[in-house]
Design a protein around this ligand. Structure first.
Ligand SMILES: Cc1cc2nc3c(=O)[nH]c(=O)nc-3n(C[C@H](O)[C@H](O)[C@H](O)COP(=O)(O)OP(=O)(O)OC[C@H]3O[C@@H](n4cnc5c(N)ncnc54)[C@H](O)[C@@H]3O)c2cc1C
Ligand code: SF4
Length: 446
């Protein structure tokens, strides 16, 4: 164990009321217990404790917004720095990833339970006319569930369903798994090696995968319903929303989510790029493009720096890498003949409006100005695949998310849904929480 990790574990007060777990962590990971076990050098048990609530600890340990989640509720943070919970979690998980069957081993007892239950029933049975093997197979006849989408929500649901002895098949439109973890969050924040090893742990539980299967194209809920006892729908909400401003249709305007998802970037050499938005997607797009050799990358955000939804660390890292920020500025038009040549911006004031909790941006009259720009990247929000969902007759909310009840049930019988698709707080841990909790409900349902 490194001196740093040792120091972090010793700094934890092991609070009996566990505010970090109960109030801070969306997955309710038992943080004080895994920290205590790590301090005692019992990493195997620390990982087992983590695995009770999550299958993505190496990922969450790195990219969760800890300052808003667990570390934001840490008692140590009241008067000083919170415990570095994320770093401890990632350390435990990285050690576990060295053995590709760690998750299977951590869950072994529970995974064998259906089999053991079967034997017990067999022993208690008086007449034994059919063969032992047939009887066990009969008793343990597995139920089948399909999971559509392999982001944090789908992967977590698939893993927990498997833990309950259910046969699981993941249907994914691409030829690789991970969702935004693979096709969104850049390598410099989350390495593909960690992601691949985490996914391998999940698949080693015995999960089947069908690649190149896209709901609304070559896959339908009706067909799946004929074969599976239940379906968990977790296809995310990653279609960029634009700003509906003049010139947005010009060549050289991209949606940040699609750009990061598909990765077909133009050549940015000697080009000036404007990224519109203030969230983590804007930061990832700006930092990625900056690293790809753009001449300049400007983040344009209509409110003040303190109001930016992006993580403080992401903003600081972006600045350090040379990304420029234009706060209290908004884009009005994209200008050019066939492709982007410049943009028109306007300065914004921040005013307190009645009934609003935070300051609202309002345009400062006649403060418009133009700026030469070659590419505009819109990072102002994302939505669900409305057309595909409509084809499947799934009921949507007013904001076009999939409508579910408190049991993750959609309007269609045996079809459940979770993650970004249902408008959950758009973070990995919340999407994973939906997947885990839905798996439990599906197990009891089928
Ligand atoms: C650039 C970016 C950076 C982010 N950074 C962070 C961060 O640092 N920390 C954090 O906690 N959160 C972050 N988030 C948010 C987080 O990634 C999401 O909340 C989370 O991935 C949602 O998980 P999900 O499983 O619901 O959906 P997704 O991860 O979007 O996965 C959906 C899956 O469904 C598949 N799919 C889509 N349509 C279909 C279809 N029709 N048929 C079959 N399969 C389909 C996709 O290919 C994908 O595999 C970020 C998001 C983005 C876009
Ligand atoms: S709140 Fe902080 S100090 Fe208390 S148990 Fe959790 S991590 Fe440790």
């Amino acid at each position: 164990m490194s001196d740093d990790i040792k120091k972090y574990t010793e700094y934890c007060l092991n609070c009996p009321v566990k505010p970090c777990s109960v109030k801070g962590c969306p997955l309710n990971n038992d943080i004080p217990t895994f920290i205590k076990l790590t301090k005692e050098g019992n990493l195997k048990e620390a990982y087992r404790i983590l695995s009770e609530t999550t299958v993505l600890p190496a990922i969450c340990g790195r990219i969760c917004p800890h300052e808003k989640q667990c570390q934001g509720k840490c008692v140590r943070g009241i008067k000083g720095e919170p415990v570095s919970i994320g770093k401890i979690e990632a350390y435990i998980a990285d050690e576990a990833l060295k053995n590709e069957n760690s998750l299977k081993e951590a869950w072994q007892e529970e995974m064998e339970r259906p089999y053991k239950d079967g034997i017990e029933k067999l022993i208690n049975k008086e007449e034994n006319e059919i063969s032992y093997k047939e009887e066990i197979e009969n008793i343990n006849k597995t139920k089948k569930v399909s999971v559509i989408g392999s982001g944090p929500s789908g992967l977590t649901c698939a893993a927990f369903l498997r833990k309950y002895g259910i046969e699981v098949t993941i249907f994914e439109k691409y030829n690789s798994l991970g969702g935004i973890l693979r096709r969104g969050i850049p390598e410099f924040r989350l390495s593909k090696d960690i992601l691949d090893k985490t996914i391998a742990q999940i698949l080693n539980l015995g999960i089947d995968v069908k690649y190149g299967m896209e709901l609304g194209k070559n896959l339908s809920l009706d067909d799946l319903k004929k074969e599976y006892d239940a379906i968990y729908l977790a296809i995310g909400a990653n279609v960029p929303t634009g700003m509906k401003i003049l010139g947005e249709e010009l060549n050289g305007v991209y949606g940040a989510n699609t750009l990061l998802e598909i990765g077909n970037h133009p050549d940015y050499t000697n080009k000036n790029v404007a990224v519109i938005g203030g969230g983590n997607v804007a930061m990832d797009a700006a930092r990625t493009i900056n690293r790809m050799g753009a001449k300049s990358v400007k983040v344009i955000y209509r409110r003040a720096e303190e109001q930016m939804p992006a993580e403080r660390k992401e903003i600081a890292d972006a600045k350090e890498e040379g990304v420029e920020f234009l706060f209290q500025t908004n884009i009005k038009k994209v200008l050019g003949k066939d492709r982007v040549e410049k943009i028109e911006c306007i300065k914004m004031d921040l005013v307190q409006k009645e009934g609003e909790t935070r300051l609202s941006p309002v345009e400062i009259p006649n403060s418009n100005y133009e700026m030469p720009i070659d590419y505009v990247i819109m990072a102002v929000g994302a939505k669900t695949e409305e057309e595909n969902l409509k084809k499947e007759n799934v009921e949507l909310t007013e904001r076009k998310y999939v409508k579910i009840n408190e049991n993750y049930e959609t309007s269609i019988d045996t079809v459940f849904a979770g993650g970004d698709l249902v408008g959950s707080t758009a973070t990995v841990a919340w999407a994973a929480r939906d997947g885990r909790n839905a798996a439990y409900i599906i197990k009891n349902y089928i």
